[in-house]
Design a protein around this ligand. Structure first.
Ligand SMILES: Cc1cc2nc3c(=O)[nH]c(=O)nc-3n(C[C@H](O)[C@H](O)[C@H](O)COP(=O)(O)O)c2cc1C
Length: 366
């Protein structure tokens, strides 16, 4: 990785595996619900196009399932034979100036995702997941591994420069890497990370220049914070030895406490950033990525942060697709700010797809 433009921390750029990433600010992966039976709706294209500019380094198309069998909800995207729609999406993202990225995901659970923000029966959830993980046959895990590899290769063939392997938020891989959830003692135990090695090596074999990103939940919200930090220190030491270009920090498990995934406003600006800074300093050859409650670039105090730390923004960019553009060009007074009304959490509201009142109110003036 090369880091360019270091004199201006707001305009840092990266060069990874031959790709120029024009900004350290990325659009966070968002499951929009704007797809039906694998067909992307017109709004799906608009959603990503509007958030692609050269001030957004990587635009991650969120939550694309490895197979329809493993979707998160009935409106989650996945690949079908309709490859044209994906090529069109990739072109529209890159023509607008961002590097096209895609998050590849697998939800494998006997449980229906909860709609409430906080689960009041966590023990039940933990017991079910632990049992499900023990019971899944090796061939079942191997099949998921192969599907991660195949989907990533397909994504690269369709033009995506970055694949983000979703190992956060209680998705299947995040369960497997979790010491609190994965109690298996065979080769698919939580310590050896064989499944991750197989996925990364399988992708690398075929796609040496694809940028590989791994998203993890730094804090899971299962045991106490100190223990989880210690567990992650051990995990990250192992991840460093895998052939990964970007390590992205999120937090939380969807079916335990969604507030850790989308932090509350009162938790403060960039409330979890301290957890990642030390790692970025310690491992300068990896690009690190932080997400959670970024609502002002000034507040980040970029000059104090390592240059190999990038940022993913979710709600700020949902509310105003030009959030970064305006921030960088001294037009912060024109930003339409997210007001934390929680209207984007469509699944919790029993709706089929994403919506944002701030965006809706202002979209005609974009
Ligand atoms: C509506 C919505 C959908 C999301 N979908 C995903 C997803 O599919 N995959 C994922 O890893 N994170 C998902 N997230 C989490 C975001 O990527 C991001 O980490 C989180 O919103 C915190 O960033 P923010 O405070 O800038 O919004 C979603 C967030 C929102 C608000």
């Amino acid at each position: 990785m090369r880091i360019n433009n270091i004199k201006n921390p707001k305009k840092i750029m990266y060069e990874i595996k031959g790709a120029n990433i024009p900004s350290r600010f990325f659009f966070a992966p968002i499951n929009t619900g704007l797809s039906e039976n694998g067909i992307l709706k017109e709004e799906f294209f608009d959603f990503y196009k509007e958030r692609s500019h050269n001030s957004i380094g990587i635009n991650y198309v969120g939550n694309v399932a490895i197979d329809p069998e493993y979707v998160t909800n009935s409106n989650t995207a996945y690949f079908t034979d309709e490859t044209n729609q994906w090529e069109k999406l990739v072109k529209s993202i890159s023509n607008c100036g961002s590097v096209p990225g895609i998050q590849i995901a697998c939800r494998n659970s006997s449980l229906i995702p909860i709609r409430k923000m906080i689960n009041n029966n966590v023990e039940d959830y933990l017991n079910t997941v632990r049992k499900d993980l023990i019971n899944i046959p090796k061939e079942g895990i191997q099949d998921i591994i192969n599907k991660f590899i195949d989907t990533s290769i397909k994504a690269s063939d369709l033009g995506f420069n970055v694949v983000q392997i979703h190992a956060a938020h209680g998705y299947f891989l995040s369960q497997l890497i979790s010491k609190s959830l994965n109690l298996r003692e065979d080769e698919y135990n939580a310590s050896d990370l064989i499944f991750l090695k197989e996925i990364i090596n399988g992708i690398r074999d075929k796609k040496p220049n694809l940028i590989i990103d791994l998203r993890i939940s730094f804090l899971e919200g299962i045991t106490n914070e100190m223990q989880e930090k210690k567990d992650k220190e051990v995990l990250i030491k192992k991840l460093i030895d895998l052939d990964i270009d970007i390590i992205s920090f999120s937090n939380g498990i969807y079916d335990i406490n969604k507030q850790l995934i989308y932090p509350l406003e009162q938790w403060g600006h960039a409330c979890f950033i301290k957890n990642i800074i030390g790692y970025a300093k310690k491992y300068p050859n990896i690009l690190w990525n932080y997400a959670g409650n970024i609502w002002g670039l000034e507040e980040l105090e970029l000059e104090k942060l390592p240059n190999n730390l990038s940022f993913s923004l979710g709600r700020s960019l949902i509310a105003d697709p030009l959030f970064v553009e305006k921030s960088i060009n001294n037009k912060t007074h024109l930003i339409n700010k997210c007001e934390y009304k929680n209207k984007c959490h469509y699944y919790s509201l029993n709706l089929s797809h994403i919506g944002c009142p701030i965006y809706e109110l202002n979209k005609n003036s974009i």
